[in-house]
Each structure stands twice: as structure tokens, then as C-alpha cells.
Design a protein around this ligand. Structure first.
Ligand code: G3H
Ligand code: 13P
Ligand code: ZN
Length: 330
């Protein structure tokens, strides 16, 4: 049993309180490897933002759970070495069982998500409460989810979305004791968040998605004033990356994300954690593809992973400074 407190990590409680009062959202960036972790930490140190390092169960399988945990521990020291002791939370993204959440709590995570959103309501309540009862013994915070996001990825998949029902949130939060609630108001996972037929096209032929359901968000906030709300599936799918990928041998079709202004608006509300993974994948892929095409003789991984890492750092700083508003809040 390892306590996150001994690793220099923090849970989300204080982070979220400050974010709600300050009208910004804390970034939750997924990581699977060293370059992503370095980019996240160096960006958040440079712009002085608190940060949530997210590990999915797919990431645990890919990179090994022990290595990832030590990397997060290393991230705390790395931030100090870079000159700033920013608040860093290590969070399990989309935990799908009590056992997985328990294992993360036991190995030093400071926060876990139990995603029972695809279960019948009563089963979601029971599973979430079981995780909360365990995690709270160690002061580990828990994120639950109500409502289903569409989108298909390695470990997270749903054919159809359904929005969170505001009339359920008080009952869910009081029965489970969760510290934060992920909701469904029109975001979804991955780089193809909407079908082209759900969108309109602007003058440049770029797909414009339907707006997020701010009316549902407001209704939820009315039910749970000041309670921390989480938005998953919040990549904006920058079209400049899509273009670089597609002009350097890639084949991303109809990729569309959530417009940044809408995320900015959400971050000013009770939304205090915004999850971003796909945009980082796009930034890395764009840089690597470009270098492979422009410098075909290059075979030193540092020569393509290094520029990919630089681009990622730029992207993360932009998110903190211009989208989430978390820069300067560490
Ligand atoms: O919401 C899911 C995250 O983007 C993690 O994706 O399961 O492919 O690691 P993954
Ligand atoms: P994106 O696929 O939009 O980056 O969402 C990531 C996410 O929600 C991780 O939990
Ligand atoms: Zn998610």
C-alpha cells in the first residue's frame, strides 16, 4: 500500500474548489509514455497551471501500471526541478471495476474515476458507492458518471449518446458520495465526435458541430450548486493538425471536435475538469508524419519524438492559457 501523499501528489478536492470559485477548469491530460508526460509537466510548470495526469486502463496495459506510477512520482520531482511545485493529481481515467479502482488507490493514485455510466442506474449507484467507500478511507477522491458519451476508443465505447438527466443528479451524488460528476451534454470521445450529417459546413468546407447542451449543464448546476462537474471528450480536433496528417500520408476523414469557445464558456461554470487526449494524439502524429516525409533518412527516435514533444507542450500551454483558463492558478 502506497499513499499518494508520500509521493507528493494531491487529490482533486482543493483543486476543484479553487477552479469553481476562480471560473476556470483544471486540465486532465492523458499520458501513456515519457514524451507525453514531459510535455504535460513542462507546459503546466511554464504557465503555472495545476494539472491532472490521467491514466486509462489501456495506458496501464500499454505502458505497465508500475512504470506509469513511478513516472507520475517522477513528474512531481521533474516539476520541482523545472522550478515550480505545481499541484499534480494522478487520476485513473474510466475505471470500469471496483478491483481496478482499488488497485490504483493501493498503488498511489490520488483520484479515480469509476465509470458505471453504461450500467442500469441502480447498478451504477451501487458500484460507484463501493468505490467511494474504499477510496475515501485513504482520502482519494472519486469521479462518477451519469449519462453516456458516444464515441469508440480502445477501452471506452458507446454507439449512442444519451444526455445526463438533471433530475437524477442529486440522488446519484447523495447516494454515492462522489466528489465530482462527469456529465454528457454533447461531447464525445475521439477525433470524429459527430457524424457529418449532424454538422453544417462553413465556407471553407470545415464541419461545424451542433452546440453543447448548455441548458442541461445549467439545469444540473441548479440541482447541485457549486458541485464539481467534469467534461470528457473535450478535444477540439485542431484542423491544422488534421491537414498536416492528411497531407503527409494520413487518412483522417471528417474529423471534428468541440469548438474552443464553448469549452471556455463551460470552464467558467461548475465544470472544473476538462479531459483532453485526442488533441495530443493529433499533435504528435502530425509532427511525426511530417518529419518522416520531409526527412526520410532520419532514424533516431529522438529526432521525431523530440519535435512531437515540443508541439505537444505548445498545445497544452495553449489549452491552459486560452481555453481552460488554468494558467497562473497553480
Ligand atoms: O477517454 C478515453 C481516453 O482518451 C483514453 O483512451 O482508452 O485509448 O487509452 P484509451
Ligand atoms: P478526447 O477524446 O476528446 O480527447 O477525450 C478524452 C477523454 O475524455 C479522456 O477521458
Ligand atoms: Zn473520457
Amino acid at each position: 500500500m502506497v499513499s499518494y501523499k508520500d509521493l507528493g501528489l494531491v487529490n482533486t478536492r482543493e483543486m476543484f474548489k479553487k477552479a469553481i470559485n476562480g471560473g476556470y477548469a483544471v486540465p486532465a491530460f492523458n499520458f501513456n509514455n515519457m514524451e507525453q508526460m514531459q510535455a504535460i509537466i513542462s507546459a503546466c510548470v511554464e504557465c503555472s497551471s495545476p494539472v491532472i495526469l490521467q491514466v486509462s486502463s489501456g495506458a496501464r496495459k500499454y505502458a505497465n501500471q508500475t512504470l506509469l506510477r513511478y513516472m507520475a512520482q517522477g513528474a512531481v520531482e521533474y516539476a520541482k526541478e523545472l522550478g515550480k511545485n505545481i499541484p499534480i493529481c494522478l487520476h485513473l481515467d474510466h475505471g470500469n471495476s471496483f478491483e481496478l479502482c482499488k488497485s490504483c488507490v493501493d498503488m498511489g493514485f490520488s483520484s479515480v474515476m469509476i465509470d458505471g455510466s453504461s450500467l442500469p442506474y441502480d447498478e451504477n449507484v451501487a458500484l460507484t458507492k463501493k468505490v467511494v467507500d474504499y477510496a475515501h478511507q485513504f482520502d482519494v477522491t472519486v469521479e462518477g458518471e451519469l449519462g453516456v458519451l458516444a464515441g469508440v476508443e480502445d477501452e471506452v465505447s458507446a454507439e449512442e449518446a444519451h444526455y445526463t438527466r438533471p433530475e437524477e443528479v442529486i440522488d446519484f451524488v447523495s447516494k454515492t458520495g462522489v466528489d465530482s460528476l462527469a456529465i454528457s451534454i454533447g461531447t464525445s470521445h475521439g477525433a470524429n465526435k459527430f457524424k457529418p450529417e449532424q454538422c453544417t459546413r462553413n465556407a471553407d468546407g470545415v464541419l461545424v458541430p451542433p452546440p453543447l447542451r448548455f441548458d442541461i449543464l445549467e439545469a444540473i448546476e441548479k440541482q447541485l450548486p457549486g458541485f464539481p462537474i467534469v467534461l470528457h471528450g473535450s478535444s477540439s480536433v485542431p484542423q491544422e493538425y488534421v491537414k498536416i496528417i492528411n497531407t503527409h500520408g494520413g487518412a483522417l476523414k471528417d474529423a471534428v471536435g468541440i469548438p474552443e469557445e464553448q469549452l471556455r464558456q463551460a470552464a467558467k461554470s461548475a465544470v472544473c475538469k476538462i479531459n483532453i487526449d485526442s488533441d495530443g494524439r493529433l499533435a504528435m502524429t502530425a509532427m511525426i508524419r511530417k518529419i518522416f516525409v520531409e526527412q526520410p533518412a532520419e532514424f533516431d527516435p529522438r529526432k521525431y519524438l523530440g519535435p512531437a514533444r515540443d508541439e505537444l507542450k505548445k498545445l497544452y500551454m495553449h489549452k491552459c492559457e486560452n481555453v481552460l483558463g488554468s494558467a497562473g492558478k497553480a
